[in-house]
Design a protein around this ligand. Structure first.
Ligand code: ADP
Length: 331
């Protein structure tokens, strides 16, 4: 599709180039024709009323014919060159113009393929369980309840996944509601959201965030920080501690989340912000992640909208530190 669009765009570019080139050639031809004809018919050394020998007229005719011919050949050669070089250049320019669109389409179709794969997994699990149960003519209430409970779990997963997918799609066009916000209030709000989950694992959340002011969309940054805290809890052992702190430099303000969990392998670290990326299944299962690999992609998207970034440092087996870095001057 992109290839044919590029070819069509190249043809438009080429049509414009050729129209200009042919127009220019026509003007050159007319001017040169006028100059040659005048110059040969009335040379300076012959005045108007002098009688011209017949041989001179024949000579003039021959020279005129030859000059016109040469001019036409030169202009045809020039236009052929413009046609070939312009064609190649037009196609190159068209490909370049359409490259960002091609990249976006690639990303979109990869995203759709990944999303449908993720959606199919719980659906297939549910379908298999139901089919097996239906084949059992003596299905009793006990196994039937078990089946329904398991199906409900899959339905909950599907709901979470579709909510995450919707969030990613919506946040793509999100416009920010920027105000000066205090970092400690933002972190308190995020902590409030995950407090119960942390309590269930006996994990203590310690906040050393200072009341620094930053211009940001409060809801978006609370959401991003909640995702980081949620992960820190998910991947930390029971009874451990998660520390929140803040830092500032001349141009940036950072919010840090430090855990003492399973950590992230160096080979996984560059990929964890990609959509649907999860660390080695066995490690994630160990930590009962149950996620879809969308959390960090959503958090990064929200922070990127502020022209900020999220960085991650980790030591496998020791823990990880994630930092939300926001520019002090968000436009
Ligand atoms: P998920 O919903 O699977 O947690 P995320 O996008 O939030 O998806 O995270 C992607 C992957 O990055 C996780 O599956 C996990 O392997 C890794 N990860 C993220 N945060 C942490 C953390 N604090 N400690 C260890 N691994 C983490």
């Amino acid at each position: 599709m992109i290839r044919s669009a590029a070819a069509r765009l190249a043809l438009y570019y080429l049509a414009i180039i050729m129209a200009l080139s042919i127009g220019f050639s026509w003007v050159v031809y007319r001017i040169s024709d006028h100059e040659i004809t005048n110059g040969l018919r009335r040379p300076a050394f012959l005045s108007n009323h002098m009688v011209r020998p017949a041989i001179y007229d024949r000579f003039t005719q021959d020279r005129l014919y030859e000059a016109h011919n040469n001019l036409r050949v030169d202009l045809v050669a020039f236009n052929s060159f413009v046609l070939i070089a312009g064609g190649a250049l037009s196609y190159m320019l068209a490909r370049r113009t359409l490259q960002p669109i091609e990249d976006a389409l690639d990303r979109q179709s990869r995203f759709t393929a990944d999303a449908s794969h993720e959606l199919r997994t719980p659906l297939t699990a549910m379908q298999t369980e139901i089919e097996v149960a239906l084949r059992d003519s003596k299905l009793s209430i006990g196994p039937a309840r078990q089946l329904l409970t398991s199906n409900l779990e899959e339905i909950n997963k599907l709901r979470d996944l579709s909510e995450a997918l919707l969030k990613l799609a919506r946040d793509d066009g999100k416009s920010l509601n920027l105000h000066r916000e205090s970092l400690d209030q933002i972190s308190d709000q995020a902590i409030k959201r995950v407090k119960m989950v942390a309590k269930a694992k006996n994990i203590s959340l310690v906040s050393e965030v200072k009341p620094q002011l930053v211009r940001c969309d409060r809801t978006a940054i609370i959401e991003a920080l909640t995702i980081l805290l949620d992960n820190a809890i998910k991947f930390s052992p029971e009874g451990s501690q998660i520390r929140l702190s803040s830092q500032q430099s001349a141009a940036h303000i950072s919010l840090l989340v430090q855990d003492h969990g399973i950590g992230i392998d160096a080979k996984d670290l560059p990929h964890i912000f990609e959509r649907f990326y999860r660390q080695d299944q066995s490690r994630s299962n160990k930590a009962k992640s149950g996620g879809y690999g969308l959390g960090l992609a959503i958090a990064m998207r929200l922070v990127n909208l502020h022209h900020g970034n999220i960085t991650a440092k980790s030591q496998p087996g020791k823990g990880s530190t994630f930092a939300i870095i926001l520019p002090k001057q968000v436009q």
